[in-house]
Write a protein that binds this ligand. Structure first.
Ligand SMILES: *Cc1c(COP(=O)(O)O)cnc(C)c1O
Length: 211
């Protein structure tokens, strides 16, 4: 655990002032996460609603200034739980989810910030809106559902230079008047910041390998 704090300090120092560091805590327990909170980290992300619901409510009560992002796929039957727990949803990528989120936010009187996930590498196995469908999808999210879309999120293809993908994301965000860009993980957050990431999502470089 002291290793995680050491690694967190080092990465936090590299990111601070250039982008915001999101610490990805999926698969790690509340007991493993808490020392990183007490060291000073405030923004965390999980990729599964169910796992986050088991871990975070108690931590959130104890540390009310935490910010929690959902960075994994969302099913519409989990929208209520997600809206109740998270502050930011980074994985809006289809009409059904946009609609379910909008409905729940209205019902719960909460207005979460949202990102649209873009499948920047056109990969069949990856979630996200195709780049060429982005303009229409953003219009739908904003006009039909009134979602507060603040930015774009992506996971570029692995084993390829991510920089051209990051660059394309930055251009898309600028063209659509979106301020935030969530991109860059343990292996490529420096490159992502270089291309304009405003949030980087770092897990294993802080916590070590996942179980
Ligand atoms: C797990 C995950 C990360 C963190 O990945 P690391 O390589 O461990 O830093 C970032 N983004 C998403 C969407 C993830 O699922």
């Amino acid at each position: 655990m002291t290793d995680a704090i050491f690694r967190w300090r080092e990465i936090f120092g590299k990111v601070a002032g250039r982008a915001r560091l999101i610490t990805v805590s999926k698969t790690f327990s509340a007991a493993e996460i808490e020392p990183v909170i007490t060291a000073g980290q405030r923004i965390f992300a999980e990729n599964r609603v169910q796992e986050a619901t088991a871990k975070w409510p108690a931590l959130r009560r104890q540390y009310p200034d935490l910010e929690l992002h959902l960075i994994g796929p969302l099913q519409s039957n989990k929208a209520a739980e997600a809206v109740a727990l998270f502050d930011v949803i980074q994985t809006v990528d289809r009409a059904k989810i946009a609609e379910a989120l909008a409905k729940e936010m209205k019902k719960q009187g909460r207005a979460l910030r949202c990102f649209v996930q873009v499948n920047i590498g056109h990969e069949a196995q990856k979630a996200g809106v195709a780049p060429e469908a982005l303009v229409d999808f953003l219009g739908l999210c904003r006009e039909s559902y009134g979602l507060n879309i603040v930015g774009l999120m992506c996971i570029p293809p692995i084993e390829k230079d991510p920089r051209p993908y990051f660059k394309a994301m930055a251009e898309m965000a600028a063209r659509n008047g979106l301020k935030e860009l969530s991109m860059g993980m343990s292996g490529d957050f420096e490159a992502a910041i270089g291309e304009g990431a405003t949030y980087v999502r770092v897990g294993s470089a802080i916590f070590g390998g996942r179980r």
